[in-house]
Design a binder for this molecule. Structure first.
Ligand SMILES: NC(=O)C1=CN([C@@H]2O[C@H](COP(=O)(O)OP(=O)(O)OC[C@H]3O[C@@H](n4cnc5c(N)ncnc54)[C@H](OP(=O)(O)O)[C@@H]3O)[C@@H](O)[C@H]2O)C=CC1
Ligand SMILES: CC(=O)C(=O)O
Ligand SMILES: [Mg+2]
Length: 771
């Protein structure tokens, strides 16, 4: 295979990951959806509903006032209701992913998922509506009157050719954006990837030959867009289940396919693929064969976008030729062409300028902005979210990844600008730079941070010992850890007990490849005893005591494995209280020189993440210890991609209402000043001032440049109470406490930890071991 035309080609050794990232069982997928409140969505009020007065304002009589205002001026609906930030995701389930027509009800998990992605990625509120009809007129009539409720309509998974009629009629009938995402979203993202792939392979789009397999919603929209971008019609061959869409064909045709029929003798996909430069697959699993890939031109561009399984996998392509640029719709391979890169941000921009439609100019602007983003150097703060693995423009990175936080501050701006320039913006934005900044402020890096952590430990496999291997939740966690590809799990315990428990839970440990160890099986027991004796002989322990600890105690054994390099990390905690587990571990593992061991909890609440310290170790820290805690917690925040802003919390603020306990916090602040630490900190201050930028304005002298994201609590009580209350009352997701400052990677879970919490903590242990 020659590479003459290649300006860059995939490096050997950069083979695509074998879809390890999201290997999950069907049961896991079902459990995920049924856990807690069934489904993925709930609705929460944005105003207090606590008092009679609240009710009077929210409902009758107060509500009559905005009613009259909107009746007089419809634009006021954007000021007084949720309309302006609300998108409906609407389907009849006739083309669910690549699964086909499984009906409106069965499409609900996808539509709920899409609503959640709107919220997660672009803070767009969204609700799914499944319309139970395959009749085009009935469908149109069900949707056309819903305009007042929404700022936009995302049509989804409606099969072709009905989707074309439905979308164009609804666009005429409604004065808000109506956007069939499988058509235009897919086309925009694929076009963005294609722009960059053409660039990398040095091709001119006017002479490039493309085959698009799939002549449905996505296929037709893709080729319309590439032709609009300059592809010659005769160079684009469309195929469907009947083969090539050729001029004169009658079987399985419709007017949308006819518009793209080509004059050719070729009849099959295999014939069309000979010498093709680009393959776009929006058809079904396995539709592209190895022979077809073999017959393509040098440096072929293969976008196998069928979901959930692509037309051909990147491994299959890599086995045949090394000069291909490959993209799929899946998140577990490089180059994910998935419309999640588009729809949240396209609607964000459209909603923010109150666009009446999403027109071609806005689509092209989105495609160009996406392509440009992938070519733009990843800045430091974004690289931090990838744990230092800075993606670089090239064959394995032609399109931004969905967790790139810059998407939110760039794509909506391009879309909003295009809407304004093309005259469809109901409320133009005067200062687009300020708009970009306000979008950036909406993003929280936690998801990209977690993705980065998972990516890193998948690439650098670490061995984690699960010290309490006989417990069912631990076995499930170890299985989940392994099957997610997060590392190698070792279960510590009696082999027969572990196997019995696993069998009862229906888990085949052999198949998953989990190692079992214990003092009887291990050949290293006496070395562990020697090691422990060396550490404890001057602390009142006899050699016998150390032997007994190694033979009988799982925490000591596991910690020795980590200390002596037989495991990289350890997780424990479900059978012993936190303090006891820490004592066990500390007998074996020291604190890292120059550090202090503390616990940091992450609270994820309403799109914000705060780090709370110390939630595990120091009951009544001194001022000096509080300063150390601030340093350790700031380090944790920084390692996770945040720029730390540390608030030293108290009940008082900058001496107001101060007492003896606040003075200790003031002293801690002075100690930090003397140490010239390299992060923002201030205090003492109350939690509301620390977290609320408006309240902080009353203290213009503060060194914090924005609301704090690291909260150093005055003591363990306060830290633990605050974290628990955030979880129970504030609906926060709590992660941790993460133990930090130890010389080896150990995590201790609470007694009540569930399998998923334990697997996450094992991932943090593995991650610490990679640093
Ligand atoms: N990665 C992404 O972001 C996206 C991916 N997709 C994927 O694209 C695919 C199509 O979706 P959509 O356009 O909405 O569905 P439609 O039902 O509208 O269209 C499907 C098209 O694929 C054709 N087709 C199906 N199986 C084959 C096959 N084995 N060989 C050739 N052609 C085939 C059909 O042919 P015929 O006309 O003869 O029936 C039809 O033209 C799905 O797998 C979907 O998951 C869609 C949107 C986004
Ligand atoms: C991603 C998507 O919308 C689809 O596969 O249908
Ligand atoms: Mg879809």
């Amino acid at each position: 295979m020659t590479n003459d035309k290649t300006t860059q080609k995939p490096q050997s050794g950069q083979k695509p990951q074998a879809g390890k990232g999201t290997s999950l069982t069907e049961q896991e997928a079902l459990d995920f959806h049924s856990r807690g409140r069934p489904g993925k969505l709930e609705i929460t009020p944005t105003k207090p509903m606590a008092t009679q007065r609240d009710l009077s304002l929210a409902y009758s009589p107060g509500v009559a006032v905005p009613v009259k205002a909107i009746a007089e001026d419809p634009a006021k609906a954007y000021d007084y209701t949720s309309k302006g930030n609300m998108v409906a995701v609407i389907s009849n389930g006739t083309a669910i992913l690549g699964l086909g027509n499984l009906g409106a009800l069965a499409s609900k998990p996808v539509m709920e998922g899409k609503s959640v992605l709107f919220k997660r990625f672009a803070d767009v509120d969204s609700i799914d509506l499944e319309v139970d009809t395959t009749d085009v007129e009935e469908f149109i009539n069900s949707v056309r009157y819903l305009g007042p409720s929404f700022g936009g309509i995302n049509l989804e998974d409606i099969k072709a050719p009905e989707c074309f009629v439905i979308e164009s009629r609804l666009r005429e009938l409604m004065n808000i954006p109506v956007f069939h995402d499988d058509q235009h979203g897919t086309a925009i993202i694929a076009a963005a990837g294609m722009i960059n792939a053409l660039h990398l392979t040095g091709r001119d789009l006017k002479s490039t030959k493309m085959v698009c397999n799939g002549a449905g919603a996505a296929g037709i929209a893709c080729i319309e867009l590439v032709k609009a971008m300059g592809f010659a019609s005769e160079n684009v061959t469309l195929c469907d289940t009947k083969g090539v869409v050729w001029q004169g064909r009658t079987e399985g045709m419709n007017q949308w396919k006819s518009a793209h029929a080509v004059k050719t003798d070729k009849r099959t996909l295999a014939e069309a693929m000979e010498g093709a430069d680009i393959f776009f697959g929006v058809s079904a699993k396995g539709a592209l064969t190895e022979d077809m890939v073999r017959s393509m031109a040098d440096n072929p561009i293969i976008f196998a976008m069928a979901n959930p399984d692509p037309e051909i996998t990147p491994e299959e392509v890599a086995a045949i030729r090394s000069d291909a640029i490959v993209a799929t719709g899946r998140s577990d391979y490089p180059n994910q062409v998935n419309n999640v890169l588009g729809f949240p941000y396209i609607f964000r921009g459209a909603l923010d300028v109150r666009a009446t439609t999403i027109n071609d100019a806005m689509k092209v602007a989105a495609a160009n902005a996406l392509a440009e983003l992938a070519r733009t150097d990843v800045p430091d703060d974004v690289a931090a979210a990838y744990q230092g693995n800075r993606p670089r423009f090239g064959p394995n990175y032609i399109i931004p990844v969905p967790f790139d936080p810059r998407l939110l501050s760039t794509i909506p701006v391009a879309v909003a600008k295009a809407a304004m320039d093309s005259g469809v913006a109901g409320k133009p934005i005067e200062d687009l730079d300020a708009y970009a900044r306000s979008l950036a402020a909406r993003r929280d890096p936690i998801a990209s941070t977690m993705t980065g952590i998972y990516d890193r430990i998948r690439r650098h496999t670490k061995r984690v010992i699960f010290a309490e291997g006989e417990e069912p939740q631990i076995i499930r966690a170890a299985v989940s850890f392994t099957s997610q590809g997060l590392g190698k799990a070792i279960l510590l315990g009696r082999e027969d007990r572990i196997r019995e428990t696993a069998e009862q839970a229906g888990i085949d440990l052999g198949k998953i490849g989990i190692e079992i160890t214990n003092a009887r099986l291990s050949k290293r027991t006496s070395e562990y005893a020697d090691y422990l004796y060396e550490k404890l002989q001057r602390k009142g322990y006899l050699f016998r005591d150390c032997q007994r600890m190694i033979n009988n105690d799982r925490n000591h054994f596991a910690a020795c494995m980590v200390a002596m390099g037989d495991a990289d990390g350890m997780v424990t905690g479900v059978t012993r209280n936190y303090a006891t587990s820490i004592e066990d571990v500390r007998r074996v593992i020291d604190v890292k020189p120059g550090h202090r061991m503390i616990g940091v909890s992450l609270a994820l609440c309403r799109g914000r993440t705060v780090f709370i310290a110390d939630t595990a170790v120091h009951e009544q820290p001194t001022a000096e210890e509080l300063a150390d805690i601030a340093v350790e917690a700031a380090n944790v925040a920084r390692r996770m991609g945040y720029v730390p802003r540390v608030a030293m919390l108290a009940y008082s603020t900058f001496g107001h209402m101060s007492g003896a306990r606040s003075e200790k916090i003031q002293e801690a602040v002075r100690i930090l000043e003397k140490r010239h630490v390299d992060f923002e900190f201030d205090g003492e201050m109350s939690a509301d001032v620390a977290l609320n930028g408006k309240l902080m304005e009353s203290y213009p002298f503060t060194r914090l440049t924005g609301p704090a994201n690291v909260l150093v609590m005055p003591d363990y009580h306060a830290a633990s109470i605050a974290a628990d209350m955030l979880q129970e009352l504030g609906g926060a997701t709590l992660i941790g406490p993460l133990l930090t400052g130890l010389d080896k990677a150990v995590q201790i879970v609470p007694l009540s930890a569930k399998d998923s919490d334990i697997a996450n903590m094992a991932a943090f242990a593995a991650y610490a071991a990679t640093n």
